[in-house]
Design a binder for this molecule. Structure first.
Ligand SMILES: [Zn+2]
Length: 294
């Protein structure tokens, strides 16, 4: 594991971990500073920017991000600017075309629109930084928030940490108050990189990798993807079967939580918790199967 250098200093995150430069390909990642027992809360983080808009690249979302960015203290702006920004080739072409049509007419620019184009580009890039790094709020279909420290974690399909994004009780309408929390799902050794699963956990390898590439621009080479890539047939098929079984649980969870979202109903909450546990257990079983066989 490459250690940090003067150009890429390590960033303390909590008593348990720091963000460390892991080399050109991986960029920054989060590394354990000491042995972390399973279930330990590794990091909590407060939202820098939050939006309530399903499409993070829509005009409304961009306005939302622009406004909140402008209101951040300089130190927070620097943290935002330092985050990874992924823009797909498709999106780049789209913005090039858009820029050609911005002439600055009407907004007082005397430079043929150069300033208007630069302004558009800055807002567009910030929206992409947000989209690259944001997390969905667990209880909402439209709310998403960006957390500067949480964004340092790299992805693995079989992660060593789980996370949750919630709003404090009574703050359901205010996504800016979202809170991120991660905990160890197994014992993690000092010096080990800590990973989380960004998304797409109940998908099979080809689909997972396609979505990760499209959304974040990288090809996953985690231990599960490598195992499957090596075409170790039986293990790979077993893992995929576990994932398929998860699908029905996940679908039910989505359905119930969508219908009853916001209700304070003991029976429904209990059912959701049971499903939560079942999904976690099924995933753990799938993971351990792989662990034992790999
Ligand atoms: Zn993977």
């Amino acid at each position: 594991m490459a250690s940090s250098d003067n150009d890429n200093p390590s960033i303390p995150l909590s008593e348990w971990c720091e963000a460390r430069y892991l080399g050109k390909n991986r960029g920054y990642g989060v590394v354990a500073l000491k042995d972390i027992p399973e279930s330990t809360t590794i990091l909590t983080d407060n939202a820098l920017i939050g939006i309530d808009e399903a499409d993070t690249m829509s005009r409304r979302a961009r306005r939302w991000i622009k406004r909140q960015y402008a209101a951040l203290p300089d130190e927070q702006k620097r943290r935002f600017d330092a985050l990874h920004c992924f823009i797909s080739d498709e999106a780049r072409i789209e913005v090039e075309l858009k820029l050609r049509h911005i002439t600055g007419d009407g907004d007082g620019d005397s430079d043929g629109g150069a300033r208007a184009r630069a302004r558009y580009l800055r807002n567009y890039e910030r929206a992409h930084t947000f989209a690259t790094n944001c997390f969905d709020v667990a209880t909402s279909n439209t709310q998403a928030a960006l957390f500067a420290d949480a964004s340092r974690f790299n992805h693995a399909c079989r992660p060593s940490a789980e996370y949750d994004v919630r709003l404090p009780v009574g703050a359901q309408g205010d996504v800016g108050q979202a809170r991120w929390e991660a905990w160890a799902v197994r014992n993690i050794e000092a010096g080990e990189e800590i990973t989380i699963n960004y998304s797409f956990r109940n998908k099979q390898r080809a689909e997972r990798q396609g979505l990760l590439l499209k959304t974040w621009g990288f090809t996953c080479t985690c231990s599960v993807c490598d195992l499957e890539g090596a075409d170790q047939g039986a293990e790979s098929r077993k893992f995929d079967a576990d994932l398929r079984n998860l699908d029905s649980d996940m679908a039910e969870w989505d359905r119930i939580s969508y219908v009853f979202r916001g209700w304070n109903n003991g029976e429904v909450n209990e059912r959701l918790e049971r499903l939560d546990t079942r999904i976690d257990l099924a995933r753990d079983v799938g993971n351990q199967e792989i662990l034992w066989k790999s």
